[in-house]
Structures are given as structure tokens and as C-alpha cells.
Design a binder for this molecule. Structure first.
Ligand SMILES: NC(=O)c1ccc[n+]([C@@H]2O[C@H](COP(=O)([O-])OP(=O)(O)OC[C@H]3O[C@@H](n4cnc5c(N)ncnc54)[C@H](O)[C@@H]3O)[C@@H](O)[C@H]2O)c1
Length: 289
């Protein structure tokens, strides 16, 4: 039977926090998923990340053992990008380095065979138009910006460039809504799209407040959780996102708009330089044992 967006075979490039989550939700939606990573070590790390997430879902009763097995059977891993040749949609989720992503899109363009295959990026800050122009099929390139943790977060920002074709855009919208069961909002191709353009200055202001030494991270977080009904405070959220990712998006916003509100506070820069990246490194504003 034909899927609503005509997408059955999905490729994911990179299997870190986001790539493994995207692979998980695609396989959970019954799709045939192939994940490409660069090295055998990255493959083992990515597979481990997916297994841990599925085990957590089984423990919490969100998934039966049988569903876990069926989902895993739909995910293949490879260290050869060429194994994505037959994919109808490829979602790139490698680290946030523009040159790496541009190079990858040029490679995908050469090897993905179907003319109507969609090449999507989960980038937080790289202009989609630059990725589109790295390919010979800019009409098929767009942004699919998932949120972390992917299985739990209902939103995906769908970002077209001035070159994205109406059909690719519509198929991506159907894919997010009808296949993955998430909500797509149409975001502009400007740094930060909608959500990060609003969220990052808020996180940076919270970090500046802690940097002033007048208030603790715990107090700021408590203020926003209890005073504004946010599910999590800004410093804890920054830890969950990754302080390096926050700093990278801030730098991209600052480059594009040049406004002081986007400049990374010294405290953030020093924590990143010191490897205090939040949950992923075990310590940020909080300890994450
Ligand atoms: N973490 C978040 O909350 C979040 C949210 C939305 C979007 N994003 C974006 O998703 C992307 C991935 O973020 P992440 O948090 O999963 O990062 P991560 O560091 O957890 O994972 C990155 C993965 O990419 C692989 N990789 C790095 N360079 C590569 C290359 N040149 N070719 C192939 N693989 C490569 C790494 O081995 C790793 O598996 C980034 O563009 C990030 O901005 C992150």
C-alpha cells in the first residue's frame, strides 16, 4: 500500500542524539530505515543509543518486547553512505558544521538514485539554501528540524529554501503529520527558524543572570518552572540540549543578525571550552551522573 507521502524507505545520516531518535520514530512508524555513519565505532555507539532508548520505552510500558523487536528489525546500520542509494527520503543529522553538511549533501546528490527523493537536514542553524545549492536538485532539498528527545517531542519545523519545490514540500508535510504523527510548522529559512530564534536569547539571558553571581541556576530554573509553568527551567534545558549546541546556534544567530542579545556569555564559552557540555558530558550547570 502506498504511504501518504510515498515514502517507505528512509535514510538517516549520523546516529547521535538526533539521528538515533529520528531512526527510532521512522522505524516506529513502520518504515524501512537505514542509518549511515562514518566508522564502526560510531555504528556501535549509534546502535547502543537506539537500544537504550527502546529499552527505556519497554521499561516504562510504552513498547512491548514484541514491538521493540519488530522496530529493531526495520533498522539497518551501515558505514557506507552508498547504502542510502535507494532511499526516498534521507535525513541528515551529523554534527553542526556547515562545511561537513555541504559536502555530505553533494555526496548524497550523487548517490541517491530516485529523482524525486527528498534530501532533508536536521540542522539547527545552517541555511537550507546553502545545502540545496550543494546539490543538482535544489527543488528536493528542505529542512526537517526535529526536537530532542525526538520520540517524545511532537514538533518538527519544516523549512523550505527559495528553491524547494511545492511537491517536495507537501510530501514532507504529509510525512511529518500522517506518517510520523507529529505536527509540522512551516518555518522561514533564517537562522534559528522560529523556535531557536526565540529560545536561544532566553537561554543566554538565563546564563547571564547566573554569570552575574547574584542568583543560582537552581533558583532561576525554579522561578521559570513555578512562575511560568515551564516544564523545565532554562539552565536545565541548556544542559539537555548541550551547551556546545547552544553556543553554536548563538554564534550562527549573532553572525546573521549581529545583535548583542545573541552573543554567547563568557560563562557559556568557558564551560564549552572546558568540556562541561551538560547531560552529554556528565556535567553542565548540573551534574548528570
Ligand atoms: N541536540 C539537539 O537538541 C538538536 C535539536 C535539533 C537539531 N539538532 C541538530 O541535529 C544535528 C545532530 O545533532 P546531535 O545533537 O545529534 O549531535 P551528536 O553530536 O549527538 O551526533 C552527531 C553525529 O554525527 C556524526 N558525525 C559527525 N560528523 C560527521 C560527518 N562529517 N559525517 C558523518 N557523520 C558525522 C557523529 O559521529 C555523531 O554520530 C546537528 O545539526 C544539530 O544542530 C540538534
Amino acid at each position: 500500500m502506498s504511504a501518504p507521502a510515498g515514502i517507505h524507505r528512509v535514510g538517516v545520516v549520523g546516529c547521535g542524539a538526533m539521528g538515533s531518535g529520528i531512526a527510532e520514530v521512522c522505524a516506529g512508524a513502520g518504515l524501512d530505515v537505514r542509518v549511515a555513519v562514518r566508522t564502526p565505532d560510531a555504528l556501535e555507539a549509534g546502535r547502543g543509543r537506539l537500544l537504550r532508548s527502546l529499552d527505556r520505552s519497554v521499561r516504562k510500558g510504552r513498547l512491548s518486547e514484541q514491538q521493540r523487536g519488530a522496530l529493531l528489525a526495520r533498522v539497518e546500520f551501515s558505514t557506507d553512505l552508498a547504502d542510502l542509494a535507494d532511499r526516498q527520503l534521507v535525513v541528515e543529522a551529523i554534527r553542526e558544521q556547515e562545511e561537513d553538511k555541504v559536502q555530505l549533501f553533494a555526496q548524497l546528490d550523487k548517490l541517491v538514485t530516485a529523482d524525486d527523493a527528498i534530501l532533508a537536514s536536521n540542522t539547527s542553524s545552517v541555511p537550507i539554501v546553502r545545502l540545496a545549492l550543494a546539490t543538482g536538485r535544489p527543488g528536493q532539498v528542505l529542512g526537517l528540524h526535529f526536537f530532542s528527545p525526538v520520540p517524545a517531542m511532537p514538533l518538527v519545523e519544516l523549512i523550505g529554501s527559495p528553491f524547494t519545490g511545492a511537491e517536495a514540500h507537501e510530501r514532507a508535510r504529509l510525512f511529518v503529520g500522517e506518517v510520523l504523527g507529529k505536527t509540522a510548522i512551516l518555518s522561514p529559512d533564517r537562522t534559528g527558524f522560529v523556535v531557536n530564534a526565540l529560545l536561544i536569547p532566553y537561554l543566554l539571558n538565563a546564563i547571564r543572570m547566573v554569570q552575574s553571581g547574584l542568583v543560582s541556576a537552581e533558583t532561576v530554573d525554579q522561578g521559570m518552572v513555578l512562575g511560568c509553568s515551564h516544564p523545565v527551567g532554562p539552565l536545565k534545558l541548556a544542559d539537555l540540549i548541550g551547551l556546545d549546541v547552544v553556543a553554536q546556534i548563538a554564534a550562527a544567530l549573532h553572525d546573521e543578525f549581529g545583535e548583542p542579545q545573541y552573543a554567547a556569555p563568557d560563562l557559556l564559552s568557558r564551560m564549552v571550552a572546558g568540556g562541561l557540555l551538560g547531560r552529554k558530558s556528565g556535567r553542565g550547570f548540573y551534574a548528570h551522573p
